[in-house]
Design a protein around this ligand. Sequence first.
Ligand code: DX5
Ligand code: ZN
Length: 218
Amino acid sequence: MKERSVVISPSILAADFSDIQSALDLISSLGLDYVHLDVMDGNFVPNLTFGFKFIKDMRKHSDLVFDAHLMIENPERYIKEFAAAGCDIITVHKEAARHLNRVINMIREEGKEAGVAINPATSVLEIENVLSIVDYVMVMSVNPGFGGQSFIAESLKKIKALNEIRKREGYEFRIMVDGGVNASNHHAIVEAGADILVIGEAFFKSEDPEKFIEEIES
Ligand code: DX5
Ligand code: ZN
């Protein structure tokens, strides 16, 4: 993988699902390594997308790092299936998992990287007890469910707080930020301590995705 200052994980939620191959090819052609897969169950969030069958099919046509964001209630029911489908990173919501420690361990036992996501209204303190066992913390900077929403500025404080805890405790998790990230706010987000930026509409709806990525990475 190419050494990068910040990792961009484009979210295919903003792409054309009927031509997903073009979206995957676009991401690869720009030299990016990650693709963000938003799985929604119409219960935890008020929207539906796709499940592990779709991911399994994409896996045959892409070598990208599959970064799956499970916006589903009781994610422990399907960890094995998402792992078998070829996800590399599986992120679950703190708010959706009754036994968060157990589900994180399940992901790791499948040999996958584990992430925990927190909604805008959830405090960093609520995941303090799993910070030593996760590979990623995903700060949701919009209420999950839809692409194209505005970044909630309060999220910057949470990113900073996580960065401080990480330094203080010597933890190794990476900070992912998801929702409303664009060319005007990415600098402040990275400065606050983010390592991975999930970008949906700003990337796929950009007139020149290549230029957009250059701008973010510069
Ligand atoms: C929202 C999803 C996001 C979404 C981000 O629930 O988790 O990953 O695709 O899209 P933008 O960048 O358009 O806010
Ligand atoms: Zn997402």
